[in-house]
Design a binder for this molecule. Structure first.
Ligand SMILES: [Mg+2]
Length: 267
């Protein structure tokens, strides 16, 4: 095997090359492909992205859409199957994990140490102990980060300073941030940017041949890692300066609109 994970070998052939401007689109999940608040998956529209990916694989005339998300690996792996991406890795847990569908490899960032994972477990215990009675729950499935949920987003937001104080007080190495409905506590050493860097190293695809799509502040790290960045209409305006294009439509309709803009037409 010629490739090594985490570092691109000189002269390495890219795993995928299209005849269009881009080889890959790194797409966020919540707010872009699915509704973060829940509800049925928009399977008909995700099916159009799967058809797009099928054409990418068959005709090599467009980029493959893959995922770059804060979601846990199992959720993201399932969604990657829904959108028909059997070739390019996905970035999960805001960069902590990659899943490579070509050999079913689960790739934790090698910079994450046993001490880091002990801090994750300690933070989980603290959240259950200190915030559990207030109705805060922990999103299941994450193993190298902690995401907090409460149905009242304003109440949840008010817990951020306590979380930051607890992390600082214990020396836990977390970055406390959030999406629309969750507080994310990610190891500072990982991010969507480090995840994308590992994906590019693993596949030999150049950043200059990648586009990205996202809707919240985490996705600035996607914007910084790719050559073109688009946002669905429902984006956080904090992304507007980084966006090459703002879709007229929200969510998955916006993603399809952005893919159509990059061309060729989405089936
Ligand atoms: Mg999102």
């Amino acid at each position: 095997m010629l490739r090594r994970r985490g570092r691109r070998l000189p002269g390495m052939q890219p795993r995928f090359r299209s005849t269009s401007r881009f080889d890959a689109v790194l797409c966020d999940v919540d707010g872009c492909l699915v509704d973060e608040a829940g509800g049925p998956l928009p399977l008909e529209k995700l099916g159009r992205i799967a058809a797009h990916n099928r054409l990418a694989l068959d005709a090599e005339d467009r980029p493959i859409v893959t995922l770059c998300t804060g979601r846990p690996e199992p959720f993201a792996e399932c969604l990657a199957r829904v959108i028909g991406n059997p070739l390019l890795p996905i970035v999960c847990e805001n960069g902590a994990w990659l899943h490579d569908p070509t050999d079913n490899a689960y790739l934790l960032d090698p910079a994450v140490t046993a001490e880091d994972l002990a801090a994750v477990a300690a933070l989980e215990g603290w959240v259950r102990r200190e915030l559990g009675s207030a109705g805060v729950s922990i999103q299941p499935g994450k193993t190298a980060s902690v995401s907090l949920y409460h149905p009242d987003a304003e109440l949840l937001e008010a817990f951020k300073p306590r979380l930051r104080d607890a992390a600082d007080g214990h020396g836990w190495p977390f970055r406390v941030s959030g999406t629309w409905s969750y507080i994310n506590c990610d190891l500072r050493k990982v991010s969507k940017a480090t995840g994308i860097a590992r994906l590019l190293a693993l596949t030999g695809i150049e950043a200059a041949r990648c586009a990205g799509i996202g809707d919240t502040a985490h996705d600035l790290q996607i914007a910084e890692s790719v050559a073109w960045f688009g946002v669905p209409h429902n984006r956080d305006p904090i992304l507007d300066d980084a966006a090459d294009r703002i879709a007229a439509a929200p969510g998955v309709d916006g993603v399809i609109e952005l893919l159509a803009h990059l061309g060729p037409p989405v089936p």
